[in-house]
Design a binder for this molecule. Structure first.
Ligand code: CMX
Length: 425
């Protein structure tokens, strides 16, 4: 049995040495260049940031510490956190220890519930989640120790402490937000016999006689944890943390980015899109009807949620994992059938439209459909569930960044006048 902190305490000094040598020996070597199109185009493809927890290959999708996602979809989110941080999966005893540690840290302060209850009834769950996280900033051990003069070499330890606290509390906070926003407001206490994701399902209190919702959460919370560090949520957390803002501030920054419709909110948008189609056609439409509706959507200047990706050029393996789950447990659900029809029709429409570089579905195309099938029928909540998971990757990346002393992020911006002079325009 190993303790996560002890494993990291052994690994980090070696990593620090290795990176110091690597950078010293190769400091001036060029790894990327930036074109004018990239500078104006969201820096797509510019290699200027390091992330060792995971990488996204355009052709195969997410690879976690060298392991393709498809090989670890049966793992639980706590194992994913360990893997992201250490590069190895924990043994059964070490996993149990981590789970017990998380359980012991899971209490959310009472004033946070008071705050959430005082919010207007129509507050978006992402606002409740983000504010709940940042409201707990007073608990930050990183902040306290920084104020006491903590030496740099100990930053990662304080960051790990805060991350464990935050990861323990975020499912409790988010399930509580569900109870306050959509149910009777009464909180359901944790069940000590259940793990992190099963407890999340339990604390939401959605009836789950088949156990499929708990299984779905386990899968979903595992799949969404990390997607390298250039995506909006991870990158925001990275930049915020680089100023030594503690994990509460930094994860909240990432969650606020996750709330954008082109990123994490796409799962909400996607389910709404499915619902609209289903209601308009009073059921699953024909392929022709769906194709026409897709064209109308594109022609009115809107995107088709759940399709396309900034990096991927293949079907998102996270989508594939959700699809396999759906085929197994709810193949006859009407919205699942509609999602399957979307899979047949939309890529062709997007191809003909000729703009999207990737016409395949991403994970958001299906995750909401599955949540809906198992009783979570409030699309605005889907991104908050994404947030519970993404906090894992954000925290893992932040702990490593504090360990290797990643400095404050500060790329150089240039003016359009400078670009014009540079290219002789
Ligand atoms: N529907 C319509 N148009 C799309 C499209 C889609 N699903 N995907 C891309 N395009 C368009 C882009 O809007 C862009 O149009 P303009 O040239 O007019 O600006 C053009 O195709 C080229 O875009 P791209 O290089 O293929 O994709 P980007 O890297 O710019 O954007 C993404 C990636 C995800 C924002 C985009 O594919 C999109 O908006 N998809 C729908 C929203 C979605 O599903 N987001 C979730 C992504 C996964 C996640 O982060 O959670």
């Amino acid at each position: 049995m190993a303790k996560l902190k002890d494993v990291l305490a052994k690994k980090f000094p070696k990593l620090q040495e290795e990176l110091k040598g690597l950078v010293k020996a190769n400091a001036g070597k060029v790894i990327s260049e930036v074109t004018v199109a990239q500078a104006y185009g969201g820096m797509r493809g510019v290699k200027a940031q390091i992330c060792d927890t995971s990488t996204v290959s355009p052709d195969t999708g997410l690879i976690v510490r060298g392991i393709p996602l498809a090989e670890i979809t049966d793992r639980c989110p706590e194992e994913m956190f360990w893997l992201l941080l250490t590069g190895e999966l924990p043994d059964a005893e070490s996993l149990k220890d981590l789970q017990a540690d998380l359980a012991a840290r899971s209490e959310v302060p009472a004033y946070v519930w008071d705050m959430l209850r005082a919010m207007p009834k129509d507050t978006h769950p992402m606002v409740m989640q983000s504010m709940g996280v940042v409201a707990m900033q007073g608990l930050s051990k990183f902040r306290k120790r920084y104020d006491e003069g903590m030496p740099k070499q100990e930053y990662w330890e304080a960051c790990l402490e805060d991350s464990l606290d935050l990861l323990a509390k975020i499912p409790v906070l988010t399930a509580g937000a569900w109870r306050i926003r959509y149910e009777d407001g009464k909180l359901i206490p944790r069940d000590p016999s259940k793990d992190w994701s099963a407890n999340f399902a339990h604390m939401m209190g959605v009836p789950d006689p088949s156990g499929h919702l708990a299984d779905l959460f386990r899968l979903y919370l595992n799949l969404h944890a990390d997607h390298e560090s250039g995506n909006v949520s991870a990158n925001l957390c990275h930049v915020c943390g680089s100023a030594l803002s503690d994990p509460y501030y930094s994860v909240a920054a990432g969650l606020n980015g996750l709330a954008g419709p082109l990123h994490g909110l796409a799962n909400q948008e996607c389910l709404k899109f499915h619902e609209t189609i289903y209601q308009r056609f009073n059921g699953v439409p024909t392929a022709e009807q769906l194709s026409k509706l897709a064209w109308d959507t594109l022609n009115s200047g809107r995107v088709i949620p759940g399709f396309g990706h900034a990096v991927l050029r293949c079907t998102d393996p996270r989508y594939t994992a959700c699809h396999e789950f759906g085929i197994k447990v709810c193949p006859d659900e009407p919205l699942f059938k509609l999602a399957d029809l979307m899979l047949q029709v939309i890529p062709g429409v997007l191809k003909e439209h000729g703009k999207a570089k990737n016409t395949n579905p991403n994970v958001d195309a299906l995750s909401g459909v599955l949540m809906y099938a198992f009783g979570v029928k409030e699309p605005p909540f889907y991104t908050a569930i994404f947030g519970v998971s993404r906090a894992i990757g954000m925290c893992a990346q932040m702990i490593i960044n504090r360990a290797i002393g990643t400095p404050i992020t500060r790329p150089k911006s240039v003016t359009t006048e400078w670009i014009k002079q540079q290219v002789g325009a």
